[in-house]
Design a protein around this ligand. Structure first.
Ligand SMILES: [Fe+2]
Ligand SMILES: [Fe+2]
Length: 213
């Protein structure tokens, strides 16, 4: 289908469908789960709960990434930027599916607040996108760098025995670094303060809440 032929209403319906699939559906990964060959070591109760809290944060992070990119794409002026954003959202679907599978294995569940995280991130994405395509790409770079940093933090605090979560986070971290570099190469501008600081504050709030709920 030619994206130029879509009316604003068509786009709205597609975005609504994506929101429902992300929040309530069971997204399908296109790549194999990186944890598939790792042993499922039995964790003690404290370790299991901690690992589940971290994987819930990572799952919410992927819900937010989807929503940000779809929100930005909704208002992108340039077709190449829109295509880049939608392709990035597609790749995050693998991460979303892998995190959901691991949460299930850990006898846990995704955040109950996912509809709220999705709506907030979509709004932020659309607002950022309205400032122009250089900003759009700058926003992708900043988001991916921040996700990469918190994945690093999680890799350090995950229980040593949780090799399955670790395998997933390592592949995600490499993907996020690639996403940032790609957006950089496409002409991202550097976001001025206080935007990066506000984004870091919002992500810290999300992490604190999503660890538990
Ligand atoms: Fe991701
Ligand atoms: Fe990413």
């Amino acid at each position: 289908m030619n994206a130029r032929a879509l009316s604003p209403f068509d786009r709205l319906l597609i975005d609504a469908q994506n929101a429902l699939d992300t929040v309530f559906g069971a997204p399908l990964a296109q790549r194999a789960n990186p944890s598939a060959d790792e042993p499922d070591v039995v964790l003690d109760e404290g370790e299991r709960r901690h690992a589940a809290g971290l994987m819930r944060i990572n799952h919410v992070g992927e819900v937010c990434a989807q929503a940000l990119y779809v929100g930005q794409a909704a208002v992108a002026r340039d077709e190449a930027t829109r295509a880049h954003l939608l392709a990035a959202a597609q790749e995050e679907t693998d991460h979303l599916a892998w995190c959901a599978q691991r949460l299930d294995e850990l006898d846990s569940r995704p955040s109950l607040l996912n509809p709220l995280w999705y709506a907030g991130s979509y709004a932020i994405g659309a607002l950022a996108g309205l400032r122009g395509d250089g900003w759009n790409l700058g926003f992708v770079v900043e988001t991916e760098r921040q996700v990469e940093a918190h994945l690093d933090e999680h890799l350090q605090t995950l229980p040593n025995a949780d090799v399955r979560s670790r395998a997933i986070l390592e592949v995600m971290k490499a993907d996020e670094a690639r996403h940032a570099n790609h957006a950089q190469a496409q002409g991202a501008r550097v976001l001025p303060q206080p935007v990066p600081t506000l984004m870091a504050m919002a992500s810290n709030l999300m992490k604190t809440v999503a660890y538990r709920i």
